[in-house]
Ligand binder design. Structure first.
Ligand code: ISL
Ligand code: CA
Length: 580
């Protein structure tokens, strides 16, 4: 039997504060906006709120460039607002995860301002300095990972933008400073951290010159440097283990072969992490802005391979979109004819696959990608960099715009759609990033007035998951359906036995009776009460959960022994367990 663990049972909801809710009309989401929406989040039924960075920052990368780890970004509010938010969240049973961005700081952090002053400044070794460019590494947000600093008279390393210099974890004083900043928040009562690009914190100090073009990204090489696990163990020992909290690693560059090194309980490093395998599944030979067609067979295989690692004792997160990726319904589903259907289908995948689910803001109402008319409409520094490079190389800007429509991080960063009022009820002012025009139709208000909406589907499934711990602790069995567009798996243990069928296509498919025999009863469908719903056929993008009748009876009467081994009379079909 399993040990009950709160962060395995919990569902995470990620807030991108800049785009969540603006409380004061300046067009930028803020902490008081989050406070306003705590009841909404509690009502939806999530457990943990992960806030993208809320710390003081010049916002070169929307807060992923921190200039003071223990101060609140002035645009987001004050420390008093934070304290109030934390208290009110806890009062509603919601936990708070902060975003720890300590692979790099902002160049405006005091440490960096000191470090660049002179070679013997006490903060010098908080960063990496080299007299000559030691290699041809590229950076995520600029052509080179090395930038010459006039004042320092040396090059510094930045794997992300040049305003995000990499911190040097080799320096014990830097590590101690980071641990202190972490303690500051944990002592206030926050419930843990999501850790940004954490596999990058240890570097190959011989600065190997990678094969390949100048300016290429070398995620594999940067991830899992020689001292990474030593640093993580130290952080755990010094900080994490002293509190009843949890930790989520952003598992960039982590694979099934090495995930256990991070999250197996014996390692005492992190509780869980999310990998990138399906998140980069459509990146082509030229990277994310050179996308290729989605391979659904591989998509299925990825979930299968990772679940095998969970079976061996590692724990992971299940996510399908976040602030760095396109909207899941536009990317993996069909955001045109079957928007609500595919949004519902992926709700089932998120909430029934083994791992701690992460729901990204807006996904609970099936928000979609945006397609701004020009490249200049986009805000993300990543796009600005790609546009500059494409111009420099005389590349095709129309083709780039198409790719940006499909892949941009800003797809996920458009303001949350609350109502059909101007600017989607996000702000009374001018939003920092234009709202998606479809807010008149897709918004929280409308969704909550419609019992058949994606929003209610999430709410009901969240509640059902809470009642059925089999989805958390049960084993997984994957079925080969012979169709890359039909995903089928079973979650089962002594308390429950469920089969999940997901038709990831625009076609009507036969229900595979060899998988779902007559002992299984349909209890959830994202087609709910619609006339086209039948036992034998799966509608386009229909997802179903079936429950074994014996397990179902036992879950109702709660006692296996007293059940007669006789199939009951056909029960009335329920597509929602409980309809409110
Ligand atoms: O979105 C990406 C670039 O196309 C990702 O590769 C992303 O850079 C990577 O997932 C790391 O993400 C995290 O660190 C970045 C920040 O920009 C992202 O928002 C954050 O999630 C640097 O801090
Ligand atoms: Ca504001």
């Amino acid at each position: 039997m399993h040990n009950p663990t709160w962060w395995k049972e919990a569902v995470i909801y990620q807030i991108y504060p800049r785009s969540f809710k603006d409380s004061n009309g300046d067009g930028i989401g803020d902490l008081r906006g989050i406070i306003e929406k705590l009841d909404y989040l509690a009502d939806l039924g999530v457990d943990i709120l992960w806030l993208s960075p809320i710390f003081q920052s010049p916002n070169d990368d929307n807060g992923y460039d921190v200039s003071d780890y223990t101060a609140i970004m002035s645009e987001f509010g004050t420390m008093a607002d934070f304290d109030e938010m934390l208290e009110k969240a806890h009062a509603r049973g919601l936990k708070i995860l902060l975003d720890l961005v300590v692979n790099h700081s902002s160049d405006e952090h005091r440490w960096f301002r000191e470090a660049r002053k002179s070679p013997d400044n006490p903060y010098r070794d908080f960063y990496f300095w080299e007299k000559e460019k030691p290699n041809n590494w590229g950076s995520f947000f600029s052509p080179s990972a090395w930038e010459y600093d006039e004042q320092a008279q040396a090059y510094y390393l930045h794997l992300f933008s040049k305003k995000q210099p990499d911190l040097n974890w080799e320096t014990p004083a830097l590590r101690e400073a980071v641990y202190n900043d972490m303690r500051f928040w944990l002592d206030k009562g926050v419930d843990g951290f999501r850790m940004d690009v954490i596999p990058f914190i240890s570097k190959h100090l011989d600065w190997p010159e990678p094969a390949g073009k100048e300016g290429q990204l070398h995620v594999k090489m940067w991830s899992r440097g020689p001292r990474l696990h030593e640093f993580l163990r130290e952080m755990n020992e010094e900080v994490l283990s002293k509190y009843d909290i949890t930790s989520v690693g952003e598992g960039i560059g982590v694979s099934t072969e090495n995930v256990a090194d991070f999250v197996h309980p014996d390692r005492k490093e992190l509780d869980m992490l999310y990998h990138f395998d399906h998140a980069i599944i459509d990146h082509g030979p030229g990277g994310k802005y050179d996308p290729v067609e989605l391979d659904y067979a591989r998509f299925q295989q990825i979930f299968k391979d990772w679940d095998a690692k969970v079976e061996e004792g590692s724990w992971i997160n299940i996510f399908l979109d976040n602030h760095d990726f396109p909207r899941l319904v536009s990317r993996f589903g069909n955001d045109k004819e079957y928007r609500e259907e595919s949004a519902g289908l992926f709700a089932i995948l998120l909430l029934t696959m083994r791992g701690t689910p992460c729901i990204y803001q807006g996904t609970e109402i099936g928000m979609t990608n945006v397609a701004y008319p020009t490249l200049e409409d986009y805000d993300d520094l990543e796009i600005k960099n790609v546009v500059a490079q494409t111009k420099k190389n005389g590349g095709d800007l129309d083709k780039l715009l198409q790719a940006v429509h499909r892949q941009a991080r800003d797809n996920a960063r458009t303001p949350m759609q609350w109502t059909n009022e101007e600017n989607a009820g996000f702000t009374t002012g001018e939003p920092w990033l234009k709202v998606n025009e479809n807010y008149r139709k897709i918004n929280v208000d409308a969704a909550r007035k419609d019992a058949d909406s994606v929003w209610y589907f999430y709410k009901n499934l969240l509640e059902y998951r809470k009642e059925n711990k089999t989805f958390v602790y049960g084993k997984t069995e994957f079925f080969d359906t012979g169709n890359s567009r039909l995903f089928a798996y079973r979650r089962y243990d002594i308390e429950g036995d469920f089969i999940i069928l997901l038709n990831m296509s625009d076609e009507v498919l036969d229900v595979p009776t060899e998988i779902v025999n007559e002992d299984y009863e349909r209890i959830f469908s994202n087609y709910r009460y619609r006339p086209e719903l039948t036992d034998e056929k799966l509608q386009p993008w229909e997802g179903r959960i079936y429950s074994h009748y014996m397990a179902e009876i036992m879950s109702i009467i709660g006692n296996r022994q007293s059940v007669e081994k006789k199939k009951p009379k056909k029960k009335k079909k329920r597509n929602y367990r409980r309809r409110k």
